[in-house]
Design a protein around this ligand. Structure first.
Ligand code: AMP
Length: 630
């Protein structure tokens, strides 16, 4: 079928279109309405339907796939691997579910998962949805403050965690950060289930911490039935950064989520049941949720989960895994490929990649040289796709499963099924002509699988995402974009203060708040500046309380290092600025608004733009000098 017609129907007749897609999954009780739009801008998909996500990801495959690997785990960090068939995964998930249930976890309770990339993290996610509990996975690289904020927002009854992760061969303890986060949190979880990997010795907190291995032995192999939940029941919360210091809990439903991911696996990723899917992401990010765990399993594929870096033992590790496990579909990030580009292409070429159909890249802009290099070196199509934590699956891409439209370099592609994507004028909200820049927006309704609301804050969902264009019922992606005559859209960067470091989204406000907590800091501005490998990196400009404290007695830049450490301790290494530079004042408008865009322009050696609103022109001069000389 021609894609244009397929897409047109998904927009013109969304109910008929999505009712057909819903046949991809099992329903315990069918829905009575495909789309309930009575509470716009909320969209309630498959209302009245009863479903269980774990049943769809695991149990329903048992008759045909009990002996097929469901989850392959490879760790170059600890030199271990594990293969679990669908039958074994079913057993492990039930054990985990029995433990959670034994601790009083029930439908609607939140369970926070703070775990490295180990199979138990997947068991925990699936066990939660089996019970109708709502998981919130927090990326293992986040530190105590980030974790505490999420604990207080989600208020989990129980936390599943581990002694440690490992990064490039170095043990990264998790337990002390978790203990500190719980100490900081106002709403403390009752229990912590600890998966002890034997990497880091810790003292369990008596009465609170439970040992997973011991708990498994106690629960044995009692079957734990799936709890059928309403299609609208939340399956998970995943926090993401925005323009305020407080991360937003993106809440995803169950029915729409299952349908959308299953359809995306067929239409966009061309993953066949029985095939092998390898996503190099982490379960702490949305790509990990959608395309390490749920997407591949909903489709009856084998998912390959990898704990390790792209460079250990050498730059060929990804491709050796593709060869070893006969991977059919691979999903990675532009940053990972830019890192690999620095190494000999032989690392890619020496493996048998004949099983691999395509390499999908997403999470940040894919530059043309990296795209061309990757497809030529691999001899495989490289498919860019654009989406967000909020949407859970691609907004833009090429649906090769429907029609192999030609890709366009520099553009992730065209609107995916169900997304009525429009480029709107930032001031008038009117659609702009092809070739003109505007804000990438999606007309109501967001298709199934997209965020339902902000956890615990419906008002924030409406005011954040649906209020940019008054009277338009349009969701703002907060990305600039430009469409061509054929509907290919190119993404031109964020309209807000969110930055993207190595495909990971960070709010400059969060980093600023962390830096401001340092006693030597009077004022701070953080911007994202172009970085050749990571896409962007965070740059901080600080007004110190006392200029004499910037260096120590030996003239070393001690305050810079100290501030970087503060951010690392509070938020995690990912958020640590690449540089902290010191100035006596920051560029602001007369009304006191920070001119982040001008600072960013200077960091990237660009023209800082219109400065007529600047309070004190000297401030920008200082930024310029700090960049040149510090
Ligand atoms: P996240 O929610 O962390 O997935 O980040 C989403 C943001 O990453 C989007 O709003 C874009 O700014 C950016 N992004 C994701 N994928 C792409 C892509 N393929 N091309 C350009 N930007 C992208």
């Amino acid at each position: 079928m021609k894609y244009a017609e397929y897409h047109r129907r998904s927009i013109a007749q969304p109910e008929a279109f999505w009712a057909e897609q819903a046949a991809l999954i099992d329903w315990h009780r069918p829905w009575n309405q495909v789309l309930d739009g009575s509470q716009r801008p909320f969209a309630n998909w498959f209302s009245g339907g009863l479903i269980n996500l774990c049943h769809n990801a695991v149990d329903r495959h048992l008759p045909a796939r009990a002996g097929q690997p469901a989850l392959i785990w490879e760790s170059t960090e600890v030199g271990q691997s594990r293969i679990l068939t669908y039958a074994q995964l079913h057993t492990e998930v039930q054990r985990m579910a029995a433990i959670l249930r034994g601790q009083g976890v029930e439908q609607g309770d939140r369970v926070l998962i703070y775990m490295p990339m180990v199979p138990e993290a997947v068991f925990a996610m699936l066990a939660c949805v089996r019970l109708g509990a709502i998981h919130s996975v927090v990326f293992g690289g986040f530190a105590a403050l980030s974790l505490a904020t999420r604990i207080d927002d989600a208020r989990p009854k129980l936390v599943v965690s581990s002694d440690a992760g490992s990064r490039a061969g170095r043990v990264v303890p998790y337990k002390p950060l978790l203990d500190e986060a719980i100490a900081r949190a106002a709403h403390k979880p009752e229990k912590v289930l600890m998966v002890d990997r034997g990497l880091y010795a810790y003292q369990p907190v008596s009465g609170r911490d439970l040992d997973y291995a011991a708990a498994c032995a106690t629960v044995g192999d009692t079957p734990v039935p799936c709890v059928w939940v309403d299609a609208a029941h939340p399956s998970y919360i995943l926090y993401t950064s925005g323009t305020t210091g407080k991360p937003k809990g993106v809440q995803r439903d169950t029915g729409g989520h299952a349908v959308a991911l299953a359809a995306s696996m067929r239409d966009i990723f061309c993953g066949d049941p029985g095939g092998v899917f390898f996503s190099t992401s982490d379960i702490g990010w949305v790509v990990g949720h959608s395309y390490i765990v749920y997407g591949p399993l909903l489709r009856g594929m084998t998912t390959l989960m990898y704990e390790g870096t792209p460079l250990r033992p050498d730059a060929g590790i990804f491709w050796s895994l593709v060869e070893r496990h006969r991977v059919n579909v691979m999903f990675s990030s532009p940053t990972a490929l830019r890192v690999l580009k620095k190494y000999d292409p032989e690392f890619m070429r020496k493996y048998d990649l004949s099983s691999l159909q395509r390499l999908f890249l997403a999470g940040e802009p894919l530059d043309e040289p990296t795209s061309t290099w990757a497809s030529q070196t691999l001899g495989k199509p490289v498919v860019d796709n654009y989406w967000q934590t909020e949407t859970g699956w691609p907004i833009l891409g090429i649906a090769n499963g429907v029609e192999a439209l030609p890709p366009k370099l520099g553009s992730p592609g065209v609107a995916m099924p169900g997304y009525d994507v429009q480029i709107l004028h930032e001031a008038t909200g009117e659609p702009v002509a092809p070739g003109e820049k505007g804000v990438v927006a999606i007309r109501w309704p967001l298709p199934p699988g997209c965020m339902q609301t902000v956890w615990g804050d419906d008002q924030r969902f409406v005011s954040t995402y649906w209020s940019t264009f008054p009277g338009q019922q349009a969701y703002s992606t907060f990305d600039w974009g430009v469409a061509d005559e054929k509907g290919y859209i190119t993404i031109l960067g964020r309209t807000d203060d969110v930055i993207n470091v190595a495909g990971h989204r960070l709010g400059t406000r969060e980093i600023e708040e962390s830096i401001s907590s340092h006693p030597a800091v009077a004022e701070v501005a953080v911007v994202g500046a172009a970085d050749p490998v990571k896409g962007q990196s965070a740059m901080a400009f600080v007004v110190p309380r006392e200029a004499s404290k910037i260096t120590d007695a030996a003239g070393r830049a001690s305050l810079e290092a100290d501030i970087m450490q503060t951010v690392q301790t509070q938020l995690g290494a990912l958020a640590r600025p690449a540089r902290v530079r010191f100035v006596a004042l920051l560029p602001k408008t007369r009304s006191g608004k920070l001119l982040r865009r001008s600072i960013q322009a200077l960091c990237e050696q660009r023209d800082p733009g219109d400065l007529t609103t600047l309070e004190d022109p000297l401030a920008l001069e200082q930024i310029r000098e700090a960049i040149a000389h510090q």
